[in-house]
Design a binder for this molecule. Structure first.
Ligand code: AHR
Length: 336
């Protein structure tokens, strides 16, 4: 049973297991830690989530909460509403509560060293999940579990290179791409941009003519696409850093009287159910998968880290990609 506690000053949402909200008595201090927060056997995990900005994030949160419950891990959960300061406050509160392990998905890459130093001084191990931090000191965290975002961007770009003839919708020899970027400064936004640019650099006809953040939200994707449709005369392709922004772009394209997937090709990342539905309907042309179901691997790593066992510094999640036929085939069984 979970309850919500709103902190007036912090402005972030702290959701915690009732039993875990009281003081936990972390006795071990060797950095690896040992199970025993709250004086019982259950591991106490403080998890600082980015927000609820996308279908991917909702599935990720559900996976973490369900797996913690199943594994008997006492989860303190906070939603930072896409603000770094809220995540830092949540992490500080977990340090104060002496949780056994802290896990979080950093909203942006930089600016974490100070709070991670505080966790290290308190001998609370930290697991990065989904997104990493840009820090010179990799002793500040135990492990990083998540996707290879550069590889995701490369897959998106490679599909475009392979389908260039078809993507040149007006057959003028030039493929004009508009890019809907994720949250500015976030690892997936930086890396998916880089991977795409790298893969498409081999084809001179592919040009990114406009690139702007839609903050990984549907509404953000729609608004940015509306402005692109006004400012850009010739758009052949939308490359959206996630499904939600791609779905927002579809709304804008349809409102402008064009056919998404036909008049303008669309490539996205994530492969959540709404995205896969649009792909099977031909409104999106290609989706690179980013797996949000990180709960089981995260809890396994947490148990090992708290027990002082060695874990790999980097755990990359396995992912694929889908065209229309492949999406149609798997859609009925898609869990999120
Ligand atoms: O960090 C993963 C990204 O964050 C997902 O691709 C996106 O949908 C989410 O908001």
């Amino acid at each position: 049973m979970f309850t919500k506690v709103f902190t007036a000053t912090a402005g972030f949402v702290l959701v915690c297991g009732l039993a875990a909200c009281g003081s936990s008595d972390k006795s071990d201090g060797d950095g690896g830690g040992s199970a025993g927060g709250g004086g019982g056997d259950a591991i106490t995990m403080g998890f600082a989530q980015v927000g609820a900005e996308s279908g991917w994030r909702t599935a990720n949160t559900k996976s973490i909460q369900e797996t913690a419950k199943k594994d008997g891990i006492d989860l303190k959960f906070s939603d930072a509403q896409q603000k770094q300061e809220n995540q830092i406050k949540a992490i500080r509160s977990y340090i104060q509560q002496k949780v056994d392990v802290i896990a979080f998905s950093p909203v942006v890459e930089t600016g974490w060293d100070a709070v991670l130093q505080e966790a290290k001084r308190a001998k609370i191990p930290v697991i990065l999940t989904d997104r990493s931090v840009d820090s010179k000191d990799d002793t500040l965290y135990a492990t990083f579990l998540g996707s290879d975002f550069i590889e995701e961007g490369k897959k998106a770009g490679q599909w475009l290179v392979d389908n260039a003839a078809d993507a040149d919708v007006d057959k003028n020899g030039s493929i004009n791409v508009v890019e809907l970027q994720g949250t500015t400064g976030a690892a997936p936004a930086i890396d998916r941009k880089e991977g795409f640019a790298d893969a498409t650099s081999s084809d001179d006809s592919i040009k990114v003519v406009a690139s702007q953040t839609g903050d990984f939200t549907r509404d953000g994707g729609k608004k940015v696409m509306e402005s692109f449709l006004k400012s850009q005369k010739d758009i052949d392709v939308v490359y959206a850093h996630n499904d939600d922004m791609g779905l927002g772009a579809i709304e804008a394209i349809e409102a402008a009287g064009k056919k998404p997937g036909v008049d303008i090709k669309i490539i996205t990342v994530d492969a959540v159910k709404d995205g896969m539905t649009a792909l099977s309907e031909g409104k999106i042309n290609y989706i690179v998968e980013c797996n949000p179901l990180l709960g089981p691997q995260l809890m396994d790593l947490a148990k090992k880290v708290v027990a002082g066992e060695d874990v790999p510094k980097r755990v990359v999640t396995e992912e694929s990609a889908f065209d229309q036929a492949q999406a149609t085939e798997v859609l009925a069984d898609r869990k999120y």
